[in-house]
Write a protein that binds this ligand. Structure first.
Ligand SMILES: Cc1cc2nc3c(=O)[nH]c(=O)nc-3n(C[C@H](O)[C@H](O)[C@H](O)COP(=O)(O)OP(=O)(O)OC[C@H]3O[C@@H](n4cnc5c(N)ncnc54)[C@H](O)[C@@H]3O)c2cc1C
Length: 465
């Protein structure tokens, strides 16, 4: 090989198909070095946990296998990214680096610094979203801070199609000398680009048509059933592109003649747009990463209650639906959206504990833990975010449980000590004459907690314009 290669630096785009940056590198006609860098600072971060690391490592193995069909292997290195890149540039004599942009404050800082540090060309591409930050703006040029108008504007803008398949060539890389190890012993869904495609296909062939009705139910087995797509971990690490997801949904829409089915597909597309919305919000308002979107809520008097926080983390609050969800999270690293809302509401509104504590716990345990979506979800629930649910709308955990787990199957599965409870007590075992001794009584009274929270939120000074 005589021509100087270029590097494609894989980050959250662990796939060969429909990969904008990779395709541009292949189109450059130079051989492409497929590189992944394990940054020890990220691995050690309190926002990363074993389950997502394990999903990532499995994803790297799958990528390595897919690359073997193209006569090469994944070059996998450990170290501070700029230092590793400089070293790989030196050993391969690469003339350019390609990657897909990420829009979190951390990634933007890292990538900006990198451009100054490297002495070769750096090419960055938009790929993580269908429409990148800056392209969905209000008429006055400001970013949207409310979802619905953002969604309408987003829908009115033409989207790029799927990026054409590979034509270029890869640089020959030897078998990786080192692989990061996983410490997660929980289950994972199948992790590969093919598995993501298969899941997308299966979902679009039928389940998406009943998504509208089923998406809030709690009791499905997420890795086996299809009440929702469970594509979030694949989208998070890019084993699936948002374009592939969106265009598959558009195709399903075109194939259907039924209004109800089309509405269901539209609802699913709207969820993909929530994903884009929160990525835009974090890009335009990087302070949300650490502070409330509505800055006045930074003065809210959260409670310091480590024992209650621990009870929440361990699924020992005495509220069965909360405990079922928190135990599911620690066992499989994933939760249905409704369960995320219920437990986030319980932490912030019933226990009055800072949303950032819950946000970090989710990042430690979720296989799909994503800075923007997670932050958006937590701030929405806490009432500190963009579209935030008003602070006086406080979920009642018993009502939520009865509505979204009517048979109690979810609770019985994840809180086995309540397995034999009669249906009428399953959502509130403390009402029994003799509640099961192996299960704790409620750590707070919901009614009293509600009043305490309303007072704390009311005490916040309104924003000054
Ligand atoms: C407190 C809280 C924390 C959350 N943390 C995360 C997180 O770390 N990572 C994450 O991907 N999602 C997060 N969400 C959003 C949502 O719960 C998950 O995206 C969804 O449950 C994933 O399941 P699914 O793939 O079956 O989604 P589906 O219902 O099939 O939706 C399809 C896709 O749309 C996107 N999506 C759906 N709902 C939302 C939403 N409300 N916000 C943003 N994107 C959405 C996801 O990429 C999802 O895969 C959070 C929500 C809340 C309330």
């Amino acid at each position: 090989m005589t021509e100087a290669p270029v590097i494609h630096w894989f980050r959250r785009d662990l796939r060969l198909s429909d990969n904008t940056g990779l395709q541009a590198a292949l189109d450059s006609s130079a051989p492409v070095v497929p590189l992944f860098i394990v940054d020890p600072a990220l691995v050690a971060s309190s926002r990363v946990g074993a389950s997502r690391m394990s999903f990532l490592i499995e994803g790297l193995h799958a990528l390595d296998e897919a690359l073997q069909a193209h006569g090469t292997r994944l070059m996998i290195r450990q170290g501070e990214p700029a230092a590793v890149l400089r070293q790989v540039i030196e050993t391969t004599e690469a003339r350019a680096v390609y990657f897909n942009r990420d829009y979190t404050p951390f990634a933007c800082r890292r990538d900006d610094e990198l451009k100054d540090l490297l002495e070769i060309d750096v090419h960055a591409f938009d790929d993580v979203v269908l429409l990148p930050p800056g392209t969905v703006m209000k008429a006055d040029g400001d970013p949207y801070v409310v979802y619905s108008p953002f969604m309408r504007q987003w829908k009115s803008i033409a989207k790029l199609g799927i990026v054409e398949g590979q034509r270029g060539q890869f640089y020959e890389v030897g078998a990786p000398a080192w692989w990061p190890e996983t410490t997660w012993d929980g289950p994972l869904p199948p992790v590969s680009e093919d598995a993501a495609q298969q899941r997308l296909r299966t979902f679009m062939e039928g389940p998406v048509l009943s998504y509208q009705d089923k998406r809030n139910l709690l009791s499905a087995d997420p890795f086996q059933d299809f009440d929702t797509s469970c594509l979030s971990p694949y989208l998070r690490l890019g084993l699936l592109s948002p374009r592939q997801a969106y265009w598959a949904a558009r195709d399903a829409y075109e194939l259907s003649n039924e209004n109800v089915e089309r509405r269901s597909i539209e609802t699913w597309i709207n969820e993909l747009i929530w994903r884009e919305f929160y990525i835009h919000i974090m890009a335009h308002f990087p302070h949300v990463d650490r502070y409330s979107f509505r800055r006045q809520y930074d003065t809210l008097q959260w409670r310091d209650a480590p024992d209650e926080f621990k009870a929440w983390q361990e699924g020992q609050t005495g509220y069965p639906v909360v405990d079922a969800a928190m135990r599911q999270l620690k066992t499989i690293g994933w939760l249905p959206n409704r369960a995320r809302m219920i437990v986030a509401s319980f932490l912030t509104k019933d226990l009055l504990i800072d949303w950032r504590e819950g946000e970090r716990h989710f990042m430690q345990w979720l296989i799909d833990g994503d800075p923007a979506a997670n932050n958006g979800g937590w701030q929405w629930t806490a009432g500190t975010g963009t579209d935030a649910q008003p602070y006086f709308r406080i979920f009642n955990p018993v009502t939520q449980s009865a509505k979204f787990d009517p048979s109690g199957a979810y609770i019985r599965r994840w809180v086995p000590e309540l397995g034999d409870l009669p249906d009428r007590y399953i959502h509130r075992p403390w009402k029994m004459d003799t509640p099961p001794s192996s299960y704790p009584p409620p750590i707070v009274d919901h009614g009293e907690a509600r009043e305490r929270t309303l007072a704390a939120y009311k005490a916040v000074e309104p924003a000054k314009d």
